[in-house]
Design a protein around this ligand. Structure first.
Ligand SMILES: [Zn+2]
Length: 79
């Protein structure tokens, strides 16, 4: 079974991961609601079946993630 990555469409709950993987059969209906907060979610675009761990800093913003960049000693800046 393929693994799909889900992400929130808009708002997300405090306890929610920014993205997560679901193991689903090809014929399964995609999730419409987050299992944690019940808000709207979507399956990441077709072809993006790989683990969220391979997100690069280049595409990470397109996916709506926030990256923290280290600026000096123990100081992190949101980019
Ligand atoms: Zn959620």
């Amino acid at each position: 079974m393929p693994i799909y990555v889900y992400e929130h469409v808009d708002a997300m709950g405090d306890q929610c991961p920014e993205a997560w993987e679901e193991l689903e059969s090809m014929s399964a209906e995609p999730l419409a609601k987050c299992p944690w907060c019940g808000l709207q979610v979507r399956r990441a675009p077709t072809g993006f079946h790989a683990s969220v761990n391979i997100l690069t800093t280049r595409n990470i913003k397109e996916k709506g993630f926030t990256t923290l960049v280290r600026k000096g000693k123990g100081h992190y800046v949101k980019v």
